[in-house]
Design a protein around this ligand. Structure first.
Ligand SMILES: Nc1ncnc2c1ncn2[C@@H]1O[C@H](COP(=O)(O)OP(=O)(O)OP(=O)(O)O)[C@@H](O)[C@H]1O
Ligand SMILES: [Mg+2]
Length: 271
Protein backbone atom coordinates (compact mmCIF):
# COMPACT_ATOMS: atom_id res chain seq x y z
CA UNK A 1 0.00 0.00 0.00
CA UNK A 2 1.20 3.56 -0.70
CA UNK A 3 1.41 5.84 2.33
CA UNK A 4 -2.08 5.61 3.84
CA UNK A 5 -4.30 8.67 3.80
CA UNK A 6 -5.96 7.53 7.05
CA UNK A 7 -4.25 5.66 9.81
CA UNK A 8 -5.68 4.39 13.11
CA UNK A 9 -2.89 3.38 15.49
CA UNK A 10 -3.72 1.59 18.73
CA UNK A 11 -6.93 3.57 19.06
CA UNK A 12 -8.99 3.05 22.20
CA UNK A 13 -12.01 4.91 23.48
CA UNK A 14 -13.85 4.82 26.79
CA UNK A 15 -16.90 6.71 27.99
CA UNK A 16 -17.81 7.54 31.56
CA UNK A 17 -21.42 6.55 32.04
CA UNK A 18 -22.97 7.17 35.46
CA UNK A 19 -19.69 6.68 37.27
CA UNK A 20 -18.55 3.56 35.48
CA UNK A 21 -16.21 3.27 32.52
CA UNK A 22 -17.62 1.88 29.31
CA UNK A 23 -14.95 0.59 26.94
CA UNK A 24 -16.29 1.31 23.45
CA UNK A 25 -13.19 0.68 21.30
CA UNK A 26 -10.09 -1.32 22.08
CA UNK A 27 -6.82 -1.45 20.15
CA UNK A 28 -8.20 -0.48 16.74
CA UNK A 29 -5.53 -0.46 14.02
CA UNK A 30 -6.31 0.23 10.37
CA UNK A 31 -4.58 1.91 7.42
CA UNK A 32 -6.74 3.19 4.56
CA UNK A 33 -5.19 3.99 1.18
CA UNK A 34 -6.08 7.08 -0.83
CA UNK A 35 -9.16 6.37 -2.93
CA UNK A 36 -9.98 3.19 -1.06
CA UNK A 37 -13.54 2.29 -0.05
CA UNK A 38 -13.73 0.63 3.35
CA UNK A 39 -16.97 -0.63 4.86
CA UNK A 40 -17.35 -1.33 8.58
CA UNK A 41 -19.93 -3.85 9.75
CA UNK A 42 -20.66 -5.09 13.25
CA UNK A 43 -23.36 -5.51 15.81
CA UNK A 44 -25.20 -2.63 17.42
CA UNK A 45 -23.07 -0.80 19.97
CA UNK A 46 -19.71 -2.15 18.78
CA UNK A 47 -18.37 1.37 18.27
CA UNK A 48 -18.86 2.03 14.54
CA UNK A 49 -20.32 5.54 14.91
CA UNK A 50 -17.75 6.30 17.60
CA UNK A 51 -14.93 5.43 15.18
CA UNK A 52 -16.33 7.83 12.56
CA UNK A 53 -16.75 10.61 15.14
CA UNK A 54 -13.11 10.17 16.16
CA UNK A 55 -11.91 10.24 12.55
CA UNK A 56 -13.95 13.30 11.64
CA UNK A 57 -12.53 15.04 14.72
CA UNK A 58 -15.72 15.61 16.73
CA UNK A 59 -14.31 13.78 19.73
CA UNK A 60 -10.62 14.20 20.47
CA UNK A 61 -10.52 12.29 23.77
CA UNK A 62 -9.14 8.89 22.87
CA UNK A 63 -6.08 6.71 23.28
CA UNK A 64 -3.64 6.07 20.44
CA UNK A 65 -3.41 8.13 17.30
CA UNK A 66 -5.51 8.81 14.23
CA UNK A 67 -3.74 10.52 11.37
CA UNK A 68 -4.83 11.93 8.03
CA UNK A 69 -2.04 12.42 5.52
CA UNK A 70 0.43 11.69 8.29
CA UNK A 71 -0.90 14.49 10.54
CA UNK A 72 -2.63 13.71 13.81
CA UNK A 73 -6.35 14.47 13.85
CA UNK A 74 -7.01 17.13 16.49
CA UNK A 75 -10.38 18.45 15.30
CA UNK A 76 -12.67 18.75 12.30
CA UNK A 77 -11.27 19.66 8.88
CA UNK A 78 -12.73 20.50 5.46
CA UNK A 79 -11.08 17.51 3.79
CA UNK A 80 -13.28 15.18 5.85
CA UNK A 81 -17.05 15.13 5.29
CA UNK A 82 -19.53 13.09 7.28
CA UNK A 83 -23.10 11.94 6.79
CA UNK A 84 -24.52 11.06 10.19
CA UNK A 85 -26.66 8.07 11.10
CA UNK A 86 -29.59 10.45 11.56
CA UNK A 87 -29.95 13.33 9.15
CA UNK A 88 -29.49 16.31 11.52
CA UNK A 89 -31.04 18.89 9.24
CA UNK A 90 -31.83 22.34 10.61
CA UNK A 91 -35.63 22.57 10.62
CA UNK A 92 -35.66 26.31 9.95
CA UNK A 93 -33.50 26.07 6.83
CA UNK A 94 -34.67 25.01 3.38
CA UNK A 95 -33.24 22.01 1.56
CA UNK A 96 -30.88 24.27 -0.43
CA UNK A 97 -29.71 26.13 2.68
CA UNK A 98 -29.16 22.92 4.62
CA UNK A 99 -26.98 21.61 1.80
CA UNK A 100 -25.26 25.01 1.62
CA UNK A 101 -24.02 24.48 5.19
CA UNK A 102 -21.56 22.03 3.72
CA UNK A 103 -19.97 24.93 1.83
CA UNK A 104 -19.67 27.55 4.58
CA UNK A 105 -15.89 27.25 4.72
CA UNK A 106 -15.34 26.88 0.97
CA UNK A 107 -13.69 29.77 -0.91
CA UNK A 108 -16.40 29.99 -3.58
CA UNK A 109 -18.43 32.91 -4.87
CA UNK A 110 -22.17 33.05 -4.14
CA UNK A 111 -22.89 32.07 -7.76
CA UNK A 112 -20.51 29.11 -7.59
CA UNK A 113 -22.09 27.96 -4.33
CA UNK A 114 -25.57 28.28 -5.80
CA UNK A 115 -24.60 26.16 -8.79
CA UNK A 116 -22.87 23.54 -6.67
CA UNK A 117 -25.83 23.28 -4.28
CA UNK A 118 -28.31 22.87 -7.12
CA UNK A 119 -26.14 20.28 -8.87
CA UNK A 120 -26.21 18.19 -5.71
CA UNK A 121 -29.94 18.71 -5.19
CA UNK A 122 -30.42 17.24 -8.68
CA UNK A 123 -27.98 14.45 -7.95
CA UNK A 124 -30.03 13.22 -4.99
CA UNK A 125 -33.26 13.56 -6.98
CA UNK A 126 -34.79 16.48 -5.08
CA UNK A 127 -34.95 19.02 -7.89
CA UNK A 128 -38.51 20.06 -6.98
CA UNK A 129 -37.78 20.44 -3.28
CA UNK A 130 -34.95 22.98 -3.12
CA UNK A 131 -37.14 25.41 -1.19
CA UNK A 132 -38.92 22.85 0.96
CA UNK A 133 -38.25 22.59 4.70
CA UNK A 134 -37.26 19.38 6.49
CA UNK A 135 -40.75 18.83 7.98
CA UNK A 136 -42.12 18.74 4.41
CA UNK A 137 -39.85 15.83 3.45
CA UNK A 138 -40.15 12.10 3.99
CA UNK A 139 -37.48 10.40 6.11
CA UNK A 140 -35.69 9.10 3.04
CA UNK A 141 -35.75 12.50 1.34
CA UNK A 142 -34.30 14.14 4.45
CA UNK A 143 -31.52 11.58 4.47
CA UNK A 144 -30.79 12.35 0.81
CA UNK A 145 -30.41 16.03 1.75
CA UNK A 146 -27.91 14.99 4.42
CA UNK A 147 -25.99 12.95 1.83
CA UNK A 148 -25.89 15.94 -0.52
CA UNK A 149 -24.62 18.12 2.34
CA UNK A 150 -21.83 15.60 3.03
CA UNK A 151 -20.78 15.54 -0.61
CA UNK A 152 -21.24 19.16 -1.67
CA UNK A 153 -17.79 20.35 -0.57
CA UNK A 154 -16.14 17.45 -2.49
CA UNK A 155 -14.29 16.13 0.56
CA UNK A 156 -11.22 13.95 0.02
CA UNK A 157 -12.42 11.64 2.75
CA UNK A 158 -16.11 10.86 3.05
CA UNK A 159 -17.48 9.18 6.17
CA UNK A 160 -20.93 7.66 5.89
CA UNK A 161 -22.80 6.29 8.90
CA UNK A 162 -25.68 4.09 7.72
CA UNK A 163 -26.53 6.73 5.11
CA UNK A 164 -29.09 4.68 3.22
CA UNK A 165 -30.79 2.99 6.17
CA UNK A 166 -34.02 4.98 5.86
CA UNK A 167 -34.38 4.62 2.09
CA UNK A 168 -36.64 2.20 0.27
CA UNK A 169 -34.89 -0.66 -1.53
CA UNK A 170 -35.02 0.93 -4.99
CA UNK A 171 -33.81 4.38 -3.90
CA UNK A 172 -31.15 2.70 -1.82
CA UNK A 173 -29.77 0.88 -4.87
CA UNK A 174 -29.93 4.09 -6.91
CA UNK A 175 -27.98 5.94 -4.21
CA UNK A 176 -25.41 3.16 -4.06
CA UNK A 177 -24.94 3.46 -7.83
CA UNK A 178 -24.69 7.26 -7.50
CA UNK A 179 -22.08 6.93 -4.80
CA UNK A 180 -19.98 4.70 -7.03
CA UNK A 181 -20.44 7.12 -9.94
CA UNK A 182 -19.30 10.06 -7.79
CA UNK A 183 -16.30 8.08 -6.66
CA UNK A 184 -15.45 7.18 -10.23
CA UNK A 185 -15.33 10.90 -11.08
CA UNK A 186 -13.43 12.05 -7.99
CA UNK A 187 -11.06 9.80 -6.09
CA UNK A 188 -12.76 10.10 -2.72
CA UNK A 189 -11.55 7.89 0.10
CA UNK A 190 -14.70 6.49 1.66
CA UNK A 191 -15.50 4.86 5.00
CA UNK A 192 -19.02 3.47 5.17
CA UNK A 193 -20.69 2.07 8.26
CA UNK A 194 -23.55 -0.22 7.33
CA UNK A 195 -25.52 -3.08 8.83
CA UNK A 196 -26.25 -4.31 5.31
CA UNK A 197 -23.66 -6.90 4.32
CA UNK A 198 -24.81 -6.84 0.69
CA UNK A 199 -24.32 -3.09 0.56
CA UNK A 200 -20.81 -3.51 1.97
CA UNK A 201 -19.91 -6.12 -0.67
CA UNK A 202 -21.52 -4.13 -3.49
CA UNK A 203 -19.56 -0.99 -2.67
CA UNK A 204 -16.38 -1.65 -0.76
CA UNK A 205 -12.80 -2.69 -1.53
CA UNK A 206 -12.44 -4.05 2.00
CA UNK A 207 -14.94 -4.89 4.71
CA UNK A 208 -13.93 -4.58 8.35
CA UNK A 209 -15.91 -6.92 10.60
CA UNK A 210 -16.04 -5.70 14.20
CA UNK A 211 -16.31 -7.72 17.40
CA UNK A 212 -19.03 -6.69 19.84
CA UNK A 213 -18.13 -4.20 22.57
CA UNK A 214 -15.42 -3.36 23.20
CA UNK A 215 -15.14 -2.75 19.47
CA UNK A 216 -12.15 -4.54 17.97
CA UNK A 217 -11.41 -5.73 14.47
CA UNK A 218 -12.43 -9.33 14.06
CA UNK A 219 -11.52 -9.68 10.42
CA UNK A 220 -10.80 -7.62 7.33
CA UNK A 221 -12.21 -9.16 4.15
CA UNK A 222 -10.95 -8.09 0.71
CA UNK A 223 -13.69 -7.69 -1.89
CA UNK A 224 -11.81 -8.32 -5.11
CA UNK A 225 -14.85 -8.38 -7.39
CA UNK A 226 -14.75 -6.12 -10.45
CA UNK A 227 -17.28 -3.30 -10.84
CA UNK A 228 -20.13 -3.22 -11.70
CA UNK A 229 -20.81 -5.96 -9.20
CA UNK A 230 -23.56 -8.47 -9.75
CA UNK A 231 -25.53 -9.14 -6.60
CA UNK A 232 -26.70 -12.45 -8.05
CA UNK A 233 -23.23 -13.79 -8.92
CA UNK A 234 -21.75 -16.84 -7.25
CA UNK A 235 -18.74 -14.91 -5.88
CA UNK A 236 -21.04 -12.27 -4.40
CA UNK A 237 -23.10 -14.90 -2.60
CA UNK A 238 -19.99 -16.63 -1.38
CA UNK A 239 -18.65 -13.40 0.16
CA UNK A 240 -22.03 -12.68 1.68
CA UNK A 241 -22.10 -16.06 3.40
CA UNK A 242 -18.53 -15.59 4.62
CA UNK A 243 -19.28 -12.16 6.08
CA UNK A 244 -22.56 -13.23 7.65
CA UNK A 245 -20.77 -16.14 9.22
CA UNK A 246 -18.08 -13.84 10.64
CA UNK A 247 -20.73 -11.49 11.98
CA UNK A 248 -22.92 -14.05 13.64
CA UNK A 249 -20.36 -16.60 14.79
CA UNK A 250 -20.24 -15.31 18.35
CA UNK A 251 -22.94 -15.61 20.96
CA UNK A 252 -23.29 -11.91 21.65
CA UNK A 253 -24.42 -10.79 18.22
CA UNK A 254 -27.16 -8.16 18.31
CA UNK A 255 -28.35 -6.99 14.91
CA UNK A 256 -28.33 -3.20 14.62
CA UNK A 257 -31.79 -1.72 14.60
CA UNK A 258 -32.32 0.32 11.41
CA UNK A 259 -32.84 3.97 12.29
CA UNK A 260 -36.30 5.30 11.52
CA UNK A 261 -35.43 8.86 10.67
CA UNK A 262 -39.02 10.01 11.06
CA UNK A 263 -39.17 8.74 14.65
CA UNK A 264 -36.09 10.61 15.79
CA UNK A 265 -36.33 13.77 17.85
CA UNK A 266 -35.01 16.90 16.21
CA UNK A 267 -31.28 16.85 16.49
CA UNK A 268 -28.68 19.24 15.27
CA UNK A 269 -25.34 19.12 13.63
CA UNK A 270 -22.94 18.34 16.42
CA UNK A 271 -20.48 21.06 15.56
N1 LIG B 1 -21.54 10.01 24.13
C1 LIG B 1 -21.56 8.78 24.69
N2 LIG B 1 -21.58 8.64 26.02
C2 LIG B 1 -21.58 7.43 26.58
N3 LIG B 1 -21.54 6.27 25.89
C3 LIG B 1 -21.52 6.35 24.57
C4 LIG B 1 -21.54 7.60 23.88
N4 LIG B 1 -21.52 7.37 22.54
C5 LIG B 1 -21.50 6.04 22.41
N5 LIG B 1 -21.49 5.41 23.61
C6 LIG B 1 -21.44 3.97 23.86
O1 LIG B 1 -20.37 3.44 23.10
C7 LIG B 1 -20.74 2.21 22.51
C8 LIG B 1 -20.57 2.31 21.00
O2 LIG B 1 -21.55 3.22 20.49
P1 LIG B 1 -21.69 3.51 18.94
O3 LIG B 1 -22.75 4.54 18.79
O4 LIG B 1 -20.35 3.81 18.40
O5 LIG B 1 -22.17 2.09 18.41
P2 LIG B 1 -22.56 1.64 16.92
O6 LIG B 1 -21.64 0.51 16.56
O7 LIG B 1 -22.56 2.82 16.03
O8 LIG B 1 -24.02 1.06 17.12
P3 LIG B 1 -25.32 1.11 16.11
O9 LIG B 1 -25.09 0.04 15.08
O10 LIG B 1 -26.45 0.76 17.02
O11 LIG B 1 -25.42 2.49 15.56
C9 LIG B 1 -22.17 1.92 22.95
O12 LIG B 1 -22.13 1.04 24.05
C10 LIG B 1 -22.69 3.28 23.39
O13 LIG B 1 -23.60 3.12 24.44
MG1 LIG C 1 -24.04 3.86 15.04
Amino acid sequence: MNAPIVSFNHVGKTFDVDGFTLEAIREFNLDIAEGEFVAIVGSSGCGKSTLLRLLVGLDTQFRGQISVDGKAVTGIGGERGIVFQEHRLFPWLSVADNIGLGLVNEPLSAAQKHKRIHDFIELVGLGDFARAYPHQLSGGMAQRVAIARGLVASPRILLLDEPFGALDALTRQQMQDELLAIRARAKITTVLVTHDVEEAIFLADRVVVMEPRPGRIKQVVDIALPHPRQRSSFDFHHLREELLHELTSDDHYQPPVPVQVRDLPLSFIAY
